[in-house]
Each structure stands twice: as C-alpha cells, then as structure tokens.
Design a protein around this ligand. Structure first.
Ligand code: C5P
Length: 240
C-alpha cells in the first residue's frame, strides 16, 4: 500500500489517498483543539495514543458486528480506512448530563439520564456546529429519514457495546460523538474516529476524567490521561 497525495487536513488528522481505490491513509496528529479551534496545543504522543485507541475500538465494533470504515493500523500514528463521503452530522449519544447539555437544559453535570439521548449537530464551523432537529436535517437535505433512523439505531447499539466495555474497565461512558459516511453504493457506514477526544469517560468511583475535558478544562496532562486510558483498555481480555 502506498501513501499518495494529501486530500484533507483537519484539526486532529491528515487524510491521504492511496494507490488502492477507495482506501484512505489517515495520519493522527499531535494537535489538540477545543472550543471550535479557539484553544490549541501540540501534545506529544496524542496522535499515537488516539490512533491506538481508535483502532482498538473500531476493531472491537467489527467483532461485535458493527460495520465501520476501519481496515487496519499501519504504524504508531497511521491507519487505513475505507473511503466514504462523510455526512455532515455529528451524532452525539449521552448517558449522563455533561458539557453542552448541562448548559442547554440546566441540569447539573453528572445527572444520570433515565435513557440515552441521541442528538444531531450540523458539522459547520461558520455556524458553530448547531444542534439540529430532524426537521432541520430534512430542510437541509443532509440525510434521508431512513439514514437518520439507521444512524440513531447504530449509535444506540454502539452505546450498548461501549457501556459494558468501559464498565469492565471501571469507567462510565458519559457521552460520545460518532460520524457516518456513505460508501460508493450509498450505504451508510460508521466512520471518523472514536477516541478520548470524542468521548467523555469518568472513573466509576472517583469520577476522574479520562478524556479531552482534561485539556478543555486544564485539569492535567493529556498524554498521561490517554496513556492511563489505553492501559485500562489493554487490560481487557478481548484485546489480547
Ligand atoms: O460539547 P458536548 O457536551 O456537546 O459534547 C458531547 C460529546 O461529543 C463529548 O464526548 C465530546 O467530546 C464530543 N464532541 C466531539 N466533537 C465535537 C463536539 C463534541 O467529539 N465537535
């Protein structure tokens, strides 16, 4: 497999074409950003850790029968994925109130939700990634009703799988964000990354944070936090 020209550079990743049709080469960067790019830092080791954790989580999802774009990890900070056209929606699942939900509806951070909430946000930097209703999504023609239903069902399925996975590591899955894309046949496929950059994870007992809130809120060393998370995940029998 050969890496070819750069197709896209995002906040945390670079995406390259390869010599194989519909296969992309992803390079995870050491950059951390928050608040729509307002806060930025280079954090040594972050790219390697997120590549490792994303690869692990997508592999576990494959094993659990959840189709996704991940093909294989090819180096410390690089992986191969199937090419899809990303649907410009961030699909957020929440089990516990935190972050923007606490601000939006005024419930205290840490309040457990009786059942998971699924939200859709518009991936649009100029608009500040607003929350969308299903009617907004229809007006903007971002996804069909069937696609929305599928994304919601898949997000809840991933939530079920991850809740028990993280519980076995003494972690609570507070919330997380997924992205989906369409393949060449138009089928919707789970894509992008799933890492502590895109999830909130709290220690079950101490509520210590194992995610990017450590960077957002200046709570400590992000490399150390992500290393500890990987160690906890590495302790799982299914990863050996
Ligand atoms: O900020 P908010 O509370 O809405 O975030 C919910 C979840 O989605 C968090 O786990 C956060 O890390 C993730 N998220 C993300 N990328 C964004 C916005 C949120 O990964 N652009």
């Amino acid at each position: 497999m050969q890496k070819q020209h750069l197709l896209y550079e995002g906040k945390a990743k670079k995406v390259y074409a390869t010599n194989e049709e519909r296969v992309l080469w992803i390079e995870y960067k050491d950059e951390a950003t928050a608040f729509n790019g307002e806060k930025k830092a280079t954090i040594a080791g972050k790219g390697r850790l997120n590549n490792e954790i994303t690869s692990l989580l997508f592999s576990l999802l494959h094993e659990a029968g959840v189709n996704n774009h991940f093909i294989r990890k090819i180096s410390d900070n690089e992986q191969l994925v199937r090419q899809v056209t990303i649907i410009p929606l961030e699909v957020v699942v929440r089990n516990i109130v935190a972050g923007s939900l606490a601000k939006r509806i005024g419930l205290e951070e840490g309040t457990a939700l009786e059942k998971p909430i699924v939200e859709f946000y518009y991936k649009n930097d100029d608009l500040g990634d607003p929350l969308l209703t299903e009617d907004h999504i229809a007006v903007l023609q971002l996804a069909s009703c069937d696609e929305l239903l599928y994304m919601k069902q898949m997000a809840l399925r991933v939530n079920d799988i991850f809740i028990s996975l993280f519980r076995s590591c003494d972690l609570q899955l507070v919330d997380f964000k997924l992205e989906f894309g369409r393949d060449e046949t138009g089928a919707v496929l789970l894509a992008d990354e799933i890492s502590p950059d895109t999830c909130r994870l709290w220690d079950v007992h101490t509520k210590e944070k194992f995610d990017k809130d450590v960077f957002r809120r200046d709570l400590g060393d992000l490399t150390e936090t992500y290393t500890k998370l990987l160690q906890r995940l590495g302790g799982l029998s299914c990863t050996k």
